[in-house]
Design a protein around this ligand. Sequence first.
Ligand SMILES: [Fe+2]
Length: 391
Amino acid sequence: MIQRHTLGKVPAKPHTAFYDEDHQLLMEVCVTRQGFSGPFSILYYRRPPTDEAVAEPYTLPDFSPITSMDGQDLRRRHVVSSRLPPGGDFLTGRKTLLFNSDVHMGICKPVDPPGRFFSNGDGDELYFINAGSGFVESVYGILPFRRHDYVLIPKSTPYRIHLDGDKGTLLIFEGRPWLGIPGEYRNRSGQLTDYAPFSHRDFRLPAELLSFDPDRHGPPPYPLVVKRGDALTVHRYDYWPHDVVGWDGAIYPVAFNILDFQPKTGLVHLPPTIHTTFAGDGFVVCSFVPRMVDFHEQAVPCPYGHASADMDEILYYVDGNFTSRRGIQPESISLHPAGILHGPHPGMFEKSIGTKRTNELAVMCDTYKPLHMTTAAADLEDNDYHASWLK
Ligand SMILES: [Fe+2]
């Protein structure tokens, strides 16, 4: 995602015969984007990952297929995701709450060790780890993560997520077909510019290949669940299918802690655009982190009322006192749709004058296409939110 990287053994030239220590020919697999014109990685497998014994339809309630709520009238909405009970593993516990054709957003609060591996054929996935720590197992290796990390998993990567103590709260974005570093943060060589809000050093990569572990991976068959077109299939292998001796390329999972995001402060209030962290087609993901606020003597640090007439806005509240809101809590998700105004709650605008810092921590997603709420989101909704500006 950031630069070419190599882990393990690769031959001197791509597309040449390459053998393991037992003189077995290894299977070269190229993962490519945008046909064969975009970023790619080349992996070397001990066993061809194309030899699954069984492929059949698979179902996970509330994850796929997705059900829209009935009658989503136009108003400001508040989904209280803290009400979502923990359950399942990183996949079976995943609930999609909001979606359009460019991006899906959901929550997962796993309590079980991970079962099957998963590969998302619809898009890149971005996790935000609100609570918990652990590691990702993928064909690119082991990637540890900690609280408040973003974890970016490329489209079509077989992986699964382990949580320390099998407990955590994960916010999930699925960018269709992609989600990654905004192009404006790169120079013509692809390097991150020095004025981007993060540097290459902030991104952590897999540092250890994934090895078969009979205790962790168990006996065959080995299921891989694949999502494509929001339909799931399970592919069962009679052998361990993720045995990679090495890879190189520009596609691999990365972790980035939100507190490593470098916010900018202006003379007066700067729009949310400056908080953009990741982007996809038709949407952006932004990070609001603790920071100094505007330094004009008469500055109003609280965001002004606004009608971002082309975009729906989701805010996921993580921690701290959010400058413009009351009545929300950690894990609250506000949906402020295009077509109607939104702005600070009464009193918050005045209260912000003269403040020097904010300790808010939140993740925002703005989308061009309208967001639909699922029935899982409707079950968690605070129906009094739209009128809460009157109180
Ligand atoms: Fe807004």
